[in-house]
Design a binder for this molecule. Sequence first.
Ligand code: GLA
Length: 757
Amino acid sequence: MITVKNNMFHLATANTSYIFYINESGIAEHLYYGKRLRNPEYDISALREKRLCPRVNETSLSPQDTTLQMTNLMSEFSTEDKGDYRTPSIAISYGKKKIRTLDLRFKSYSHFQGIERFSSPLVQAIGTDQNTCGIILEFVDAIACVKALFYYTLFDDSDVITRRVTIENIGSDPLILRSIYSLQLDLPEHDYDFITLNGAQLRERHPISRPLEQGIIINETRKGASSSESNPAVILKRHNSDECYMTNLIYSGSHREVAEVNQFGKTHILTGINDSTFEAELDPSTAFESPEALMLYSNMGLGDLADKMHHFVREHIQRGVWKNRLRPVSFNTWEALHFNFDEHGIITQIKAAAELGFELFVLDDGWFSVRNDGTTSLGDWTVNSLKIPSGISQISKECHRRGMLFGLWFEPEMVSPGTNLLKKHPDWLLGDPARKTHAVQRNQYFLDITREDCQDYLVTTIKQLIQNGSIDHIKWDMNRHLSDMYSVNPEIRSMGEYQHRYILALNRMQRAITSSFPNLSIENCASGGARFDLGMLSSGTSIWTSDSTDAVERLAIMKGTLMAYPLSVCGTCVSPSPNYATFRPVDLETRFDVALFGVLSYSLNLTKLSKAEKDAIKKQIEFYKQYRQLIQFGIFRCEEKDSITYFTASSPDRTTILVLYMQKLLKSNCEDDILRVPLADENYVYRVVRRDDSAPIWDIGKDVRDYKKEEEVYEVSGDTLKWAGIKLSTRYSGSGYNTGMRVMPDFSSRLYIIKKI
Ligand code: GLA
């Protein structure tokens, strides 16, 4: 609901209020963002900053506005050269002298129902005319000839508010746009921790928390993808309080989040396109649209913040038939076979996969042209007929015949040296031909997908393969980062625009494919999770969370990822042990217990498994299917205590709850464990049992005689479970053994099933 009264704008969601007003000088002053206020209009003077006297060493907006010192004003946007010395959310230059002064004043506003669509292929949040509404505010600087439009969108079923900005050149000369952040969130205080999701390939999105102090923290990437280093989702958590905010960007390119505390203790948050890799030249009467950003507030802690964000992603970011559909359990050939397969080998795996209960078979890298290692063939998307003489359609038929869907790997944006594609279209290679070499990564280069001819070729080729091969699912990979940006595309005036144009092209390509094949699911991937963002989730069903399939490393990756993204979009994997990346040996049941929290897949050579391993996997898949609804679409929590990580997934009605107890390292002579389940409903009575797994019986020598797996079964009320917790059976830790103790070596787990009785 949006109320406008006496120039005060109250954007109210079910539980939050976002309030600003247009002051006497036409500046949009931000007043409040937080818990829903019933009637803030009642006395606006309570919310307004008093500013009775200008501060001596600060710059005032004009002689008429001496107390308007923009650097200390909470505002809806900040510009340059009029006394606001914080990081600007909009920066331009115009005229021969490249003047940077920008002084935007309020002109008008209008309401809208539903979604105001982008005019470009940029992806955005979705909603219907019935459940979505918004407001557009227009500000103008007649000297710089700039019009700025700010779009705020609200959703009936969510506390998320989205915002985006359009900058229009209303003059008769070109205008340079140097920065355009999608969202600015100014807060009056700074007693927050700033939580970001950082890491690297194989250890993406580990949460890092830093207290805000005067100065700037920047979370960013310049790589042209949202990156494994810095995810665009960021969180502010108030000290000693459950109040928290999250912002995120619906965009897959280089982004920057700024958390700046000024000299007067106010917080200034920006999120948007990274301006260090961006510049756009706007001709007269043309406009530039920023991507859409979103913000969310909760006064019920990080768990509630995540729940609300998960709901928003599922309802307003994801679209198409897969939006709320259960994701299949898949088998992926990559860690099982790498490049070493032929048709017979694949069909053998297909047969074994079908017998074990898999629902989707994904043929990963290595099926095309002469690709037998990572040095060749990207771009030549024709089947390798030496490996697969009967063609992709035959493989797909084998899957379908056995009741499985079929998926195929692509890396459409790339090209390898020496390919037929490059011979035919040398000018499609991204890079300045005047240079002899270009930066290289994984032996591959970018195609200039901003060129329509290149884009059309890729879309047509992929569509034909999908059509002819009856493909149900594609894994869309992207394994390097942008460099050597040079394009002959006449639409691109300045290479400062290239990265953004690249994302527009990517969005357009994925949309062209999904709109032709509405039942297709896209699993996005980028060297694991280097493009894990709301942009990719707008056209894709899920994302390959990480190339780290190590059960221990995954704990931190999932903990961070699930702070901002739901389980239904996180691809997980049971792969061989010891793990290829960490050499860590982890038993099959523990690998499963951890991979269970997400969209489950396996990547193991099925012909090399023992009967016992196959039986275990069959049972695991059955178990996953039984609880899949609550795992993929339920509520998630993560807690950590010493070396133990607890993952909890609950059905929204709290009648069924799964708890992972995962021990990293066993502590000698350790303390007793208490299993507390904060998601338990206090009014229910639950039965708690351990998943019937086939975890190995450990032979620990003379200390552990007559070892039997512990059976723990409890019937407890929800309040006991939530507050007192269950004192679990003693963990063996080197100080004596008796039957019934939990014997758990390093890297081992238990999964508890908790059901209302
Ligand atoms: C990337 C992906 C992997 C796999 C390989 C294939 O590394 O993240 O999952 O698909 O490419 O080359």
